[in-house]
Write a protein that binds this ligand. Structure first.
Ligand code: FAD
Length: 457
């Protein structure tokens, strides 16, 4: 038996069920990645993620070469390319990981029938990109959980399959041609602070995190300046790390830190099972239908100020600048800038979600679109009318202003929490910080507009 293993967003050798299954049944295996032009055309080809993708593919190829194999890389129409490679290798089967988006489902069906027509079977493996397969836990009367807490209760009760070791050797049949491996060279527009990607770099980050970070996670994860979260999200997004392995390794360390960390991994599974059940939620409101968002020149100016980090609310501006500089933003920052855009400025969540996808190294359709909707109150938040006050959030999660001073150097001369409200400085001192604009909208005004609009729903 000869098999093709189609890698998608599971770019690793450790804990890879499709690869393990193929190697268990086949004398020769073709590890394949196809740069799918439909994914690029849908706007997912953002420079930060392309750079990490290139790192991951190079690393995967190097890991396979260490084991006697290599990675085959193609680009174009995914179904046509997989069929072509299966033909060149005279393959009997193709193995790949299940995925949740509407596009991934359609693609899988096309692939299954195109391969079937040539006598080749498609095997789709669950629990590769998530800890549990979407649908593994469901409430009594529905196909998915719409509220996190009961989902988490059931999710925690389920056993998680054991992670698999990386293979020792991989034999690739002769005669299968490959395109060039992509590289960072020639890419432009990446964030200057983007880290290196790939499984080996990711595993080093994971080891360091388990050794020194996870123990303090419960106490410090919301502290904007402490940088006390794992930063493993880009590695999880491209699958350089396995979420199954993460759960096992985190649970080996006991205590509130590991528990809180595993809970966040469950949030990731939660959004994946919502999207699997409601694929339209990537583009349309999941629950509360809402279509009175502000549009027009005024709103566009506000959106530009938000994107560029010049809203006049220092913590919002700091977080938006962190996003541009690092291709990543702290979760607390994401929550408060999303609330600010959709509630205080009253702009459609899709505008914010699109901007995030242009920059986030971890930007993915389930986590991004559904977290945006959670923050906007159109999704699974059980308190859709809550509005985060950015100044109160700043005082709570950046109590001495370190985070703001790091990202908004115009305000670096202001000590302590005064940095959160420069507009309160007396006239002469305020003018020293002229480079920092006044707030583009008053919080009371924003709140009033939001309540009026939502009141009409
Ligand atoms: P940690 O705090 O170390 O958490 C560990 C892992 O748990 C993360 O790597 C991530 O995989 C998962 N996780 C944590 N929080 C969440 C959450 N709320 N939802 C789903 N998974 C979570 N996360 C993405 O991976 N991709 C996105 O595109 C994305 N967009 C977001 C947009 C908004 C508006 C908001 C509010 C959140 C978004 N998140 C997204 C969730 C979260 O902010 C990031 O996963 C987290 O900040 C990544 O940093 P970390 O790896 O240090 O997280």
């Amino acid at each position: 038996v000869t098999s093709v293993v189609l890698f998608t967003r599971d770019l690793r050798l450790h804990d890879h069920p499709p690869l393990r299954a193929a190697l268990g049944r086949s004398a020769a295996v073709v590890p394949l990645f196809v740069r799918d032009r439909a994914v690029d055309a849908a706007g997912f080809a953002a420079p930060n993620r392309l750079a990490l993708l290139a790192d991951c593919l190079r690393d995967l190829d190097a890991g396979l070469r260490d084991r006697g194999g290599r990675l085959v890389v193609r680009s174009g129409d995914l179904v046509a390319q997989v069929c072509a490679v299966a033909g060149e290798a005279d393959a009997d089967e193709v193995h790949m990981a299940a995925d949740v988006s509407a596009y991934a489902h359609r693609r899988e069906e096309h692939l299954r029938s195109a391969l079937g027509a040539r006598g080749c079977r498609l095997h789709v493996h669950d629990a590769v990109t998530t800890v549990l397969a979407p649908g593994a836990v469901t409430p009594a009367a529905s196909d998915h959980f719409a509220v996190f807490t009961p989902f988490f209760r059931r999710w925690s009760e389920r056993s998680v399959r054991e992670p698999l070791a990386a293979p020792r050797s991989v034999r690739v049949p002769d005669g299968v041609t490959s395109g060039p491996l992509p590289s960072r060279d020639g890419l432009t527009g990446m964030s200057p602070g983007l880290p290196a990607g790939g499984e080996r770099a990711a595993r080093k980050r994971l080891t360091a995190w388990l050794r020194t970070g996870i123990a303090g996670y419960a106490d410090h994860h919301d502290d904007l300046a402490a940088d006390a979260t794992s930063r493993l999200s880009p590695d999880l997004h491209l699958g350089a790390l396995s979420p199954v392995e993460l759960v096992h390794r985190a649970r080996r360390a006991e205590g509130p830190g590991p528990e809180a960390f595993v809970r966040q991994l469950a949030w990731r599974d939660f959004h994946h099972q919502v999207l699997a059940a409601r694929p339209h939620a990537s583009a349309a409101d999941y629950r509360t239908r809402h279509d009175r968002w502000r549009t027009g020149a005024d709103a566009e100016e506000d959106v530009a100020a938000w994107k560029e980090g010049r809203t006049g609310y220092p913590v919002v501006d700091a977080a938006m600048r962190q996003l541009r500089h690092e291709g990543w933003m702290h979760n607390r920052g994401r929550l408060l800038v999303a609330s600010f855009l959709t509630k205080t400025l009253y702009v459609d969540w899709r505008v914010g979600a699109r901007h995030f996808l242009e920059l986030l190294a971890d930007g993915d359709v389930a986590n991004n679109q559904l977290n945006w909707q959670w923050a906007a109150g159109t999704g699974t938040d059980t308190r859709p009318h809550r509005v985060l006050n950015p100044t109160a959030q700043a005082r709570r999660f950046d109590p001495d202003g370190t985070y703001v001073r790091r990202w908004v150097p115009e305000l670096a001369g202001l000590e302590g929490r005064a940095v959160h409200e420069p507009w309160r400085l007396p006239g002469t001192r305020r003018s020293a910080y002229g480079a920092c604009p006044d707030p583009i909208v008053g919080l009371a005004e924003g709140l009033e507009r939001f309540r009026r609009a939502r009141g009409r729903d």
